[in-house]
Write a protein that binds this ligand. Structure first.
Ligand code: SAM
Length: 308
């Protein structure tokens, strides 16, 4: 589903949007949200208009010709031409600009020569699969969140070569432990070597096997302070439903890759794991057991904190 965006430079975007809406209403269905955003649905697609520094516009339609129709339909109600971005579909969407990503990497704490070596060793061992490893800025976030929850019992689903485990283990309370779940002996043999060298091996219990079985075998009482989920995407809803009841009040679950490279935004992406992640994102937002926020860090990170 192609999307294109534009910003219309106007001095008073909210007032401008108000008068634009009254001009649009005869030709389209207009829905106004409480925060001032307006969704305009034409026959072939829709636009979301947000008053910000200018008037931000997102146009989306099922195919390129319908998108062109939506852009034209909106343009007919404006006196100046709109500078639209080239249409992109979900799978090609960049969550953040690579230059911004690079800047973030240069401005996070907690990196050290051992973690840098693990990044390089993972690239050499795993080739393109090395992209599964979390980034240094996400690692800094994990250490900070583990510390902030004062975690004594943490759970990780998806270890790979151990980078995120080290970042979590370094944030644990002095007597804290990390239960680390993965199915791969091959990748976790690298993890075990680096845990030894990072001096965190004695805090980590590695369980090899399907994570859902490991989670279901945990006691039912709420004892988990911190959980990080970064494994097979189709199983995220099941991991979430096993972990949330076991979180202590104030405990945190962190879900990685919740944007699936932009595919969750695109209804044309209909593989099982796309649908599962889309449903989970809606479920978390509506879940009265937690307060949640999605961060546009790398491929999207959800933080959900169990309500007291
Ligand atoms: C994205 S990687 C984890 C990356 C890791 N968090 C890091 O920062 O290096 C996903 C991992 O999940 C593991 N995995 C896949 N399916 C699994 C399952 N059903 N149960 C447990 N682990 C699984 C894979 O073996 C892989 O190591």
């Amino acid at each position: 589903m192609p999307v294109s965006t534009a910003t219309i430079a106007v001095p008073e975007p909210a007032r401008y949007l108000g008068s634009l809406v009254s001009r649009l209403e005869p030709d389209a269905t207009v829905e106004q949200a409480g925060d001032g955003r307006v969704t305009v649905t034409f026959e072939r697609g829709a636009c979301v208009l947000t008053p910000a520094f200018g008037l931000d516009v997102i146009a989306a339609a099922p195919d390129p010709s319908a998108l062109a129709g939506v852009r034209d339909a909106l343009g007919r109600h404006l006196s100046e031409p709109i500078a639209w971005t080239e249409p992109v579909a979900g799978a090609d969407m960049r969550i953040t600009d690579p230059a911004v990503d690079d800047y973030l990497l240069r401005h996070c704490s907690g990196t050290d020569p051992l973690l840098d070596e693990l990044i390089v060793a993972t690239r050499e061992a795993a080739g393109p699969s090395a992209g599964m490893q979390i980034s240094a800025d996400e690692g800094a976030l994990l250490t900070m969140l583990t510390q902030m929850t004062n975690a004594r019992f943490a759970v990780e689903v998806g270890v790979f070569t151990g980078y995120s485990s080290i970042r979590i283990a370094r944030g644990l309370a002095p007597d804290g432990r990390l239960l680390a779940c993965d199915v791969s002996d091959e990748w976790t043999s690298i993890a075990r070597r680096y845990w030894q060298r990072a001096d965190v091996a004695d805090r980590i219990d590695l369980r090899i096997g399907p994570a859902i079985q490991t989670l279901r075998a945990l006691p039912a009482e709420p004892a988990i302070d911190f959980a990080f989920v970064d494994a097979d995407k189709l199983s995220y809803p099941a991991y979430y439903e096993e972990i949330v009841p076991r979180l202590r009040p104030g405990g945190l679950i962190v879900l990685d890759n919740v944007f699936l490279g932009g595919r969750v935004l695109d209804p044309a992406c209909t593989e099982d794991h796309h649908q599962a992640m889309r449903r989970l994102n809606d479920r978390v937002t509506a879940d009265e057991r937690v307060d949640s926020v999605m961060l546009p860090l790398r491929d999207g990170v959800t933080l959900a904190r169990k309500r007291p």
